[in-house]
Design a protein around this ligand. Structure first.
Ligand SMILES: *Cc1c(COP(=O)(O)O)cnc(C)c1O
Length: 452
């Protein structure tokens, strides 16, 4: 595996870009190596500048549900580019994408397009504050909602990977209005609500957490959040930047049956381009400027090229609903392969994480949590559990997988994403390589990479 060109590029990048990367987890620090630089990607494959080819289970951290460079998406984007890249004035595509989002997620009656998930959640929180006239919000440790000041408290994957609890540079005042509860722990939410009665604007939650590894909500947890927010006059915000159009076409609400007041989308909704969205109840969204008093704007919001990628992707998903059954089934097979190696596995739909829990005893847990193990493993149920994982064991596994031509996220605290381009045959080969990579004594040199 030659890494010469990637190494050269990284050396130059370190001179001009902090850490050599434009988003921290890309730096591969947690797995003790340097990142590869990508040349191109096609279907389930990603090819680096040295010609190495990897089967990609990162999928750009979520957007790639169809695999890379889907021909229909690429063609639509190329065509729309010829008309111009940005106008700063309304286009038909924005209306079409808004209608598609509202059709897929019926709780979203009105929607505003923005350019990143960070912006979407930041704006949804502002709207919740404007609507309720309250200042505080409740979030969960280990849930990530982008890097806006008020939400960078106990914020999951990037921080966990780099062992930094919270970001420097966030004024104490911002953090003070962000209350942090424990995921899957109803008591912690009730306590914060009682201590701050009449002051909580919203509870913001990843309905299936996927930024401390995948941690599904335990039975009744989201229903509880729905109930207590209603009782306390607060809004419930589902941050669906990962789960939207991923767990189902209708996202977490379709998957869990629980309704939220506001939803945020990103990743898949932009079809690989910088686009995100927030929306929800009409009376709440009526607060957004110019209709209402909550200001939110963007020079490139609803960018026509990004909108086209989003529309094309959503239409493909709508026309082929068998896709969710396929990717879920394939993720299930990967989960089985990890379970066979004795790892703790959490899965929700096509999102999964295998946790390297020290002293983990499958047999014992089987007895205690019989029946619950596969879909909703309770062994890693919150941030604290996730923090207990063996990071070195994960790093060893990551490196063995990479040597075998498989790219998984370079952190214990990220999801493994399955796309429709991961064929049954590739999943089968992956399961075999999971066995080789996890098993004790797997230090043996890799026998072969993928033939094709
Ligand atoms: C990725 C992510 C964000 C931030 O989105 P960006 O586009 O990276 O700003 C917010 N919330 C969740 C749940 C995410 O996974």
């Amino acid at each position: 595996m030659s890494e010469e060109r990637s190494k050269q590029l990284f050396a130059k990048a370190l001179e001009r870009i902090p850490g050599g990367v434009n988003s921290p987890v890309r730096a591969f620090w947690a797995v003790g190596r340097q990142p590869f630089f990508v040349e191109r990607a096609q279907g389930p494959w990603i090819i680096d500048v040295d010609g190495n080819k990897y089967l990609d289970y990162v999928c750009s951290w979520g957007p790639g549900i169809l695999g890379h460079s889907h021909p229909e998406v690429i063609e639509a984007v190329q065509k729309v580019c010829e008309k111009g890249l940005t106008f700063g004035a309304p286009t038909a595509g924005e209306v079409e994408l808004a209608e598609l989002i509202c059709t897929c997620v019926p709780d979203v009656e009105m929607v505003r397009l923005v350019s990143s998930g960070t912006e979407a959640v930041m704006s949804a929180v502002r709207v919740a504050r404007g609507f309720t006239g309250r200042e505080k919000i409740i979030k969960f440790s280990g849930n990530y909602h982008g890097h806006s000041d008020g939400l960078l408290v106990k914020a999951g994957s990037g921080f966990m990977t780099h062992s930094v609890p919270d970001s420097a540079g966030v004024p104490a005042g911002y953090a003070a209005s962000t209350l942090t509860a424990v995921y899957n722990d109803e008591k912690s939410v009730r306590r914060l609500m009682e201590e701050n009665r009449g002051q909580v604007a919203a509870v913001v939650v990843e309905p299936v957490a996927a930024n401390m590894g995948v941690v599904p909500p335990k039975a009744g947890f989201l229903e509880f959040l729905r109930r207590i927010t209603e009782e306390e006059g607060a809004l419930l915000i589902f941050d669906e930047v990962i789960t939207g159009f991923r767990l189902a076409l209708g996202g977490a609400t379709q998957y869990t049956g629980v309704h939220a007041d506001l939803h945020t989308f990103g990743k898949i909704v932009g079809g690989g381009m910088p686009l995100a969205a927030y929306g929800g109840r009409r009376d709440i969204m009526a607060c957004v400027a110019p209709l209402g008093p909550v200001y939110q704007a963007g020079t490139l919001s609803g960018n026509p090229v990004a909108v086209t990628a989003g529309i094309t992707t959503l239409k493909i998903l709508m026309d082929d609903q068998g896709i969710y059954e396929r990717i879920d089934r394939r993720a299930c097979r990967l989960a089985e392969a990890f379970l066979k190696e004795g790892l703790a596995v959490n899965r929700a739909g096509s999102l999964l994480s295998a946790f390297f829990v020290p002293g983990w005893d499958v047999e014992q847990t089987d007895a205690v949590y019989a029946g619950e193990r596969r879909e909703n493993g309770p062994f890693v149920k919150n941030y604290e559990d996730a923090c207990g994982c063996d990071r070195q064991a994960f790093a060893d596994y990551f490196n063995r997988m990479l040597e075998r031509g498989i790219y998984v996220a370079p952190s214990q605290f990220e999801a493994m994403f399955v796309s429709d381009a991961h064929s049954d045959g590739l999943i089968q080969e992956t399961c075999r390589k999971i066995g080789e990579s996890v098993r004790q004594g797997a230090g043996k040199p890799p026998v072969e990479k993928f033939s094709d």
